[in-house]
Design a protein around this ligand. Structure first.
Ligand SMILES: C[S@@+](CC[C@H](N)C(=O)[O-])C[C@H]1O[C@@H](n2cnc3c(N)ncnc32)[C@H](O)[C@@H]1O
Length: 399
């Protein structure tokens, strides 16, 4: 039914447009960047920073780095914006006075082209400081898509790429970053962790979680007119962001930072109890007095239902919740695989859950997860059930 298909496509496009037009709040940027600076005070010194997907007229990223241009010791700040005509949310766009009053203003380009903004250590405005007033801008040749040749050339010129990219393009965005082999710090949905094309970066310690805003709501500004769910709006207001004249606010429970810039959080080993002590003292009733379960289809590996129940003295492979990555210290643990990657699991000798297992699971009232390729790890005690999303890890050395 082509009609239905079109409807689905346009619904998806509308949803993507909504989720892509989320503006990052200053406090989140400040906290995360400060964590990098705390770990290395010179992290931004003499660096060229690129903010793709960022119009400084709207974006706190550009304002933040312009404000700190001198004290961070930046060499250059570049921001690019995306053409409103190319953006499903572009109907909300109107050029500001900053642009319309500039001799460079071009009525056709303002809708069809992206823009490039640059801040160099030169006090152009002559007010004695280098700040956002010294920003130079021009239209890009194209629409400012991060994958375009001209924005990719800016990526190659940059030392660090920082932004909150459109969530609907998070996959190609991360691939674009990895391809550039630059330092980066971005906001994205935490579900990307287990994507088969992104997980290898996590496993190889080429990308990790940021230092802040993990396992908590993040509030985002949305342009007036973009629909926001009322409960989210209320929650954002409760978190200190009531609607104002310029924006409504929403919150996401699954947004977090991803980076390859080092920070102190990932060098704080988890303080863990031994297996015996967990069985005696764990605060979790599925561990205390019960012990650790083994997977039906993965010999030697054990199921760890809670990050704080990881035993300090188990040498084999452990399946842990994906929130483990919030406190992952690469000196303490090695990441073996994502249990979602069936190909990698097969290489580890894991059999997909067999027919008998599925039968017993269904007979026990189990639902979901199984038919989709029998990907997950199975448990049999006290009944047949599937483990939640798991990352497989191993201690680097016995602690
Ligand atoms: C989630 S918003 C974040 C905006 C800003 N970085 C911030 O954090 O406040 C993502 C932005 O990416 C832009 N965008 C969408 N598709 C893009 C593309 N293909 N290339 C570059 N930018 C894009 C949109 O205009 C949107 O403003």
């Amino acid at each position: 039914m082509p009609g239905t298909e079109n409807k689905t496509v346009s619904l998806n496009a509308a949803k993507a447009a909504r989720n892509d037009e989320f503006y990052t709040q200053w406090a989140y940027i400040e906290r995360e960047m400060n964590a990098y600076k705390e770990y290395d005070p010179n992290v931004f010194r003499d660096k060229v920073i690129l903010l793709p997907c960022d119009d400084p007229e709207w974006s706190n990223f550009a304002k933040f780095f312009a404000l700190h241009f001198v004290d961070f010791g930046l060499k250059k700040l570049i921001a690019t914006s995306y053409a409103p005509d190319s953006n499903p949310a572009g109907k909300y766009y109107a050029p500001t006075l900053f642009e319309t009053e500039d001799p460079k203003f071009d009525e056709t380009k303002t809708h069809a082209n992206g823009k490039k903004f640059e801040l160099n250590p030169t006090d152009i405005s002559g007010d004695g400081v280098v700040n956002i007033d010294d920003l130079q801008w021009e239209y890009l040749l194209g629409n400012g898509d991060f994958r375009s040749q001209e924005v990719t050339a800016l990526r190659d010129e940059a030392d660090i790429v920082i932004t909150n990219p459109p969530f609907s393009l998070i996959r190609p965005f991360v691939a674009w970053l990895a391809d550039g082999e630059k330092q980066f710090s971005i906001i994205g949905p935490d579900s990307v962790i287990t994507y088969v094309d992104i997980f290898p970066l996590i496993k190889q310690n080429r990308m990790w979680k940021g230092a802040t805003a993990n396992s908590t709501d993040m509030v985002f500004g949305v342009p007036k007119g973009v629909p926001v769910r009322e409960p989210d709006q209320l929650k954002a207001a409760k978190l200190g962001y009531p609607s104002d004249d310029d924006y409504d606010f929403t919150r996401l429970g699954n947004a977090c930072w991803f980076t390859n810039i080092d920070h102190g959080r990932r060098h704080e080993p988890l303080q863990l109890m031994t297996m015996d002590d967990n069985v005696k003292f764990s605060k979790h009733k599925d561990v205390r007095g019960v012990g650790y379960r083994r997977y039906y289809n993965f010999n030697g590996a054990i199921e760890i239902p809670w990050v704080d129940a990881i035993p300090s003295d188990y040498d084999g492979i452990m399946g842990v919740p994906i929130t483990f990555l919030d406190s992952y210290d690469p000196d303490q643990f090695e990441i073996v695989e994502s249990a979602d990657d069936m190909e990698a699991m097969r290489l580890l000798g894991v059999d997909p859950l067999g027919k008998d297992w599925v039968k017993a699971y269904k007979a026990g009232g189990g639902t979901g997860g199984i038919s989709a390729g029998h990907r997950r790890l199975g448990l049999t005690e006290p009944r047949y059930y599937t483990a939640y999303k798991r990352i497989l890890i191993r201690h680097r050395k016995s602690s």
